[in-house]
Design a protein around this ligand. Structure first.
Ligand code: AHR
Length: 327
């Protein structure tokens, strides 16, 4: 009962926050934003990581630069809040809805509501599983399977020809989230070429630094020999790094750390030799997203999938790249 009440309050708060930063329904033949601008309702996952902060900033800056009236909602990592925010955008009659889904499943009902209201939807950063047809126009984001595979391939190459079992622990992102599922798949593909590599533990750290630290502290106690940490994002890797140091071991040497994202803090750890390899996941999706928003608002055809390319870095490459990084 208490839980239900709390959930209702949470949903109401998101609805109110979303309503407060936007105007009413779009007038006939034009956008509902200030001066007839296109209105975009964006439902963000939350603020769980450095990557997410950079992503949010990119979206806000790009919307302003493109003259798009942005109504922004932060779901604090909760799917119910994200659904509630999307419903609020539908009620307000925004021109376009975009969101980065907290998890992969459970979106059909709200997306059908958007479709019935003739509001085009763009998936940003993360994909969904759905049986429904035409409930979104396009998906812009990275290839998460490929990211995991690049990380796994690097580990396989590092230990090529080395004798004995190599123990890997994986710090997973949010359970059920697209990048957590796909990076796990890709990483396993990447390490499959080397039979000595073994994932001895795999637990969620929820894409947060504190989550990564907590899981790693427990794993360091329960697992006698850990050679490699594969952190599905930088923040969990940074948390693991702190736990390793607190346990009197040297991250990057006693235990190697491989991560995904290439945020500033992750790249600094790599440059300092505390991380060993990072596969980039570019959060600067804002400008491309705004192009797509304008296109779908104008009824133009867009590609079903827009893949954002990534790089990967070792220590020397990180040292070189760091000064010019934007996030
Ligand atoms: O969906 C992208 C992932 O979500 C990023 O890798 C991670 O840092 C974020 O929380």
């Amino acid at each position: 009962m208490k839980r239900t009440f709390a959930a209702v309050i949470g949903i109401a708060a998101v609805t109110a926050a979303v309503a407060a930063c936007g105007s009413g329904k779009a007038p006939e033949g034009g956008g509902g934003g200030a001066g007839g601008a296109t209105t975009l309702g964006f439902a963000q996952v939350g603020a769980e990581s450095g990557w997410r902060t950079a992503n949010t900033q990119s979206i806000k800056t790009a919307a302003q630069a493109a003259g798009i009236d942005l109504k922004f909602a932060d779901a604090n990592g909760e799917q119910e809040k994200q659904i509630s925010a999307i419903r609020s955008f539908i009620q307000q009659g925004v021109d376009v809805i975009a969101f980065s889904p907290v998890v992969r499943t459970g979106w059909d009902a709200v997306l059908l509501e958007a479709k019935n209201s003739k509001i085009p939807v763009i998936l940003t950063d993360r994909a969904i599983d759905t049986q429904e047809k035409d409930v979104y126009k396009t998906f812009i984001g990275a290839d998460f399977v490929e990211e995991g595979k690049r990380a796994g391939t690097w580990v396989a190459d590092q230990y090529a020809g080395a004798p004995g079992q190599v123990n890997i622990v994986q710090l997973e992102g949010t359970t059920g989230a697209d990048p957590a599922i796909d990076r796990d798949t890709g990483f396993k593909q990447g390490i499959s070429s080397n039979p000595n590599l073994r994932i001895v533990a795999s637990q969620t750290g929820d894409f947060t630094r504190s989550g990564g630290k907590q899981v790693m502290e427990a794993l360091l106690k329960s697992t006698p020999k850990i050679d490699v940490v594969f952190a599905q994002n930088d923040d969990m890797g940074l948390g693991a790094m702190e736990a390793i140091e607190a346990a009197g071991k040297v991250p990057g040497k006693d235990i190697k750390i491989v991560a995904v994202d290439a945020t500033h803090d992750g790249m600094q750890a790599l440059a300092d030799g505390k991380f060993n390899y990072i596969v980039e996941c570019n959060p600067l999706l804002g400008p491309k997203l705004m192009d797509l928003v304008k296109q779908v608002a104008a009824g133009e055809q867009v590609p079903a999938r827009v893949v954002v390319p990534d790089e990967a870095f070792d220590q020397q490459q990180a040292i070189k790249a760091l000064p010019g990084r934007q996030y």
